[in-house]
Write a protein that binds this ligand. Sequence first.
Ligand code: FBP
Length: 315
Amino acid sequence: MAAGRWAGRGDKDGADQAAVDAMRALASTLPVRGVVVIGEGEKDQAPMLFNGEVIGDGRGPECDIAVDPIDGTTLTAKGMGNAVSVLAAAPRGAMLDPSAVFYMEKLVTGAEAAGAVDLDAPVADTVRAVAKAKGGEPRDVTVCLLDRPRHAELARQVRETGARISFIADGDVAGAIMTAREGTGIDLLLGVGGTPEGVLAACAMKCLGGVIQGRFVVRDESERRRALDAGHDLDRVLVTDDLVRGEDAFFVVTGVTDGDLIRGVRYGAHRATTESLVMRARSGTIRFLRSEHRLDRLASYSAVDYLRTGREALA
Ligand SMILES: O=P(O)(O)OC[C@H]1O[C@](O)(COP(=O)(O)O)[C@@H](O)[C@@H]1O
């Protein structure tokens, strides 16, 4: 709700800061002894929700926390669709620490084709495997790709199979989840995106019964060194369980701007409505939450002021 106020205001840093501040204020009330494994970066760049920060009320179970207060900061700043706010939790030590490498090659698909795909296989085989698992032909498959020059050859290979492509400007966490949700029209996500977003997507896939396979992509020699020093094998295909171990993962995503997965925040006079998916891996329960909020009432006690907007709210 704090992030949604920034939709279309042309200020991606302001949007992100508002989301981080709100998430930090509320995370401190969670009944956990949480460590931020995926946050806003190293402590010297991020005053809040930095990697390694201890959050929660210090009384509950020990857990790893992964956050992306806004996945799609540019989408938010431009008022474009599919920006979401994400938080995941798993037992302490279950999540892979992705901080050494920025990018990861990804393949994500839902439950039907989960056992039939392989990141090492040619793209045509992957598309065919997904089509077959879903009882169709490659032309029935829609592949989600981040719209980036680096994906030109990948797009060519996908098109050659007869499959369709849905390009997204940003936000491959939502793109990944869409592969596993009925009615989104997306069957498969391919391409290179952020590594933290890959671990977050893995938490979601655990809950949805889908799969993610990934491989680190280093940008230069110094990143390569950092990755090797952190003990990563750069050739290895990482599967969902390498990114988050076990079945005890929790994942929640809330729409910031309207998207194909969920709606964004809508505001009225002292009111707001939000949509979230709240999921648990062990039970496989997926809760679709449509909430109506009374911002005037929240104002009397909430740590977050949802009534103020823009830079004024950050002052
Ligand atoms: O824009 P790049 O460098 O291709 O990185 C892709 C990553 O950026 C995003 O599109 C958006 O991330 P931000 O919201 O942090 O800007 C991610 O969803 C994706 O994984």
